[in-house]
Every structure is written in C-alpha cells, then in structure tokens.
Design a protein. Structure first.
Length: 319
C-alpha cells in the first residue's frame, strides 16, 4: 500500500500558513507530511524560506502523521547538529520522523562562504556526515577528521527508536551509490522509464527491500488557465538538469536562467490540470510501480483548495 504524503514547500509559503496546511492535510486524508529545507527559494517570486527543523517540531505537535524532510549536512549544517535535531524530534515523536540526506545545492549551502565543492567531493562529504550522524544517534562519542571535523561529540537526549536515514538522489549515479548505505531512497518524478531506472540502480547498489519515495510536482487548480499560470509562475525555474540546479547560488540566477522558458515547456514537464480524474490517474501510475511513499507537491499557491478537493475527489479513489 502506497502512502500518500502532502509536501510542505517552505520556498513558497510562510511557515504559519504551512502549519495550517499540514493540519488540513491530515484532516483531508493525507497519510504523511514531507518538508523541503531551503535557505533561499528557487525564485524571487516564490519568496519564502522558513527554517524546517523549527517548523517540523510545531507541525508534529499539531498533527499525528509521520513526517520526513530533506537535509544536506556538511556545509550549512554541521552533521553533529543534524544528529541533535533528528534525535530531539525522534525522542519527542517516536517512530514518526525520518530524514533524507543529500549532497545539497549551492542555492542553500553557499551562504557559509566556503568553497562549493565538486559533486564527487560533496558525495564523499555526505557519506562522512551520514556515518557521524548514525554514530551519534547510537550514543557514541564521536571524533572525526576528514571532509567534516567532529571533536568528542556525544548526544545525551536520544530517541528510543533511531529514525530512518534515507538518501536523496536525482540521478542514476547517485541512486546506485546510495543503495549500500541508505535506509531508503527519495527521488523526484520524471518519465516512467527514467524513474524506474533510478529505482533499479538503487536496488542493484544495495537497496533491495528498502523503501522508495517519489516527490511529484504538478499544478492543480479549479480551472486549466489558473493551473497553467501557477505552474509557469512558480515552477519554471525548477525545470533544469540537476547539474544546473545544484550549481546556481542565488534566486536571481534561477530567474535569469528561466527567462526563456515558455509555458509549453512547463506543460511538457509536469501535469497541469483542473481535472481530479487526471490526478487520480497520475497517482495510480506510481502506486502501480510499487512506490512506498508518493509525495504530492501542488506548485499552485492555492493550497486550501487543493487540499479540500483532493480530500473529497482524489484520495478516496487511490487505493
């Protein structure tokens, strides 16, 4: 049975509004909440960047659902601080929190002023960070000298159950590399063939039997015109290859890069619709692929309408 999750997009909505949406999503029948984690938005038009760890504590207290979030340890976040945050959330909300770790994007990590490493070094740094986080969550005293440095760190507030540490991967290469060390995989929706290949290489790399989560961006509204306008306004900066998305460091650069993106370009990359039946069909294809958690991200700002309509017209018809 696939779990259908609501995506809380901190780039697009104030934290106070996202808290209301999370509560409404649970009431509407969503089965989990997934959170982004940005310091900067993808575009000046999106215009938000709430602190995810703070928000998740409030949102988990206000709901009963499981939560997950993407995080990039190693530059903006020291891995020991990530471990402390994860341990605190997991201690307060047992078996309701998991985290997905990735190598990061310059858009968020470059604020430290440190050199933004090449992908190979970012992956190596991520791998070291994962080991530091795991050891701390197991109660060890950790000293580590490598791409990240830790001196005599020990967590004293530990959870009864250690949460899953998933890998965030956008490419086949990263997914295959992560299969051996991650407790599961999160990736984004693409063509069925490409998505299946990412899942296959993750499993071939050691991920057999581990859960797979897919984040699906689309634009739903009560009219096709509004859905199209929202997709073009909010998400045209997100249509580039990972090599571009990971390297640009300011929202203005993304806006400049997207200056020549056309409405039909956006329509070719995501579902844009006012028809709940098309949304049901979209979700069912991921259910049929055996995806464990399907994370729905409606890029339209009108989240109340989306949550209400999906609660009444979509979610009851998925399983």
């Amino acid at each position: 049975m696939s779990v259908i999750a609501y995506h809380a997009s901190h780039e697009q909505h104030p934290p106070s509004a996202l808290l209301r949406y999370a509560i409404a999503a649970e009431q509407a029948g969503f089965q989990a909440i997934h959170s982004s984690d940005h310091f900067h938005p993808w575009s000046e038009r999106q215009g938000q960047s709430g602190f995810s760890f703070s928000w998740i504590g409030a949102a988990m207290q206000a709901t009963t659902l499981p939560f997950s979030m993407v995080c990039a340890p190693g530059q903006r976040y020291h891995p020991a601080i990530v471990a402390q945050a994860v341990a605190t959330l997991a201690e307060m909300f047992p078996r309701r929190f998991s985290i997905e770790l990735g190598s990061g994007e310059a858009l968020n990590e470059n604020i430290t002023g440190d050199v933004w490493p090449q992908k190979e070094e970012r992956n190596a740094r991520l791998r070291e960070s994962v080991e530091v986080i795991r050891r701390l969550l197991h109660g060890e005293t950790v000293t580590h000298n490598g791409l990240v440095r830790v001196k005599e760190a020990k967590l004293y507030s530990l959870p009864a159950a250690i949460p899953s540490i998933m890998a965030a991967a956008l490419s086949e290469a990263t997914a295959g590399w992560a299969g051996a060390w991650a407790d599961g995989l999160i990736t984004v929706a693409t063509t069925t063939e490409q998505l299946q290949r990412i899942i296959d290489v993750f499993r071939e790399g050691g991920g057999v039997g581990k859960p797979v989560c897919v984040q699906v961006a689309f634009s739903y509204a009560r009219s096709e015109a509004e859905a199209t306008d929202a997709a073009f306004d909010q998400w045209r900066t997100n249509l580039f290859a990972p090599e571009v998305l990971n390297e640009l460091s300011r929202p203005a650069q993304f806006d400049s890069a997207a200056a020549y993106v056309r409405r039909e370009d956006v329509a070719g990359k995501m579902l844009i619709t006012a028809d709940p039946e098309k949304c049901i069909a979209m979700i069912r294809q991921y259910v049929q692929m055996g995806i464990d958690r399907i994370i729905l991200h409606n890029v339209n700002r009108q989240q109340e309408i989306f949550i209400k309509d999906f609660g009444e017209k979509v979610l009851p018809h998925i399983q």
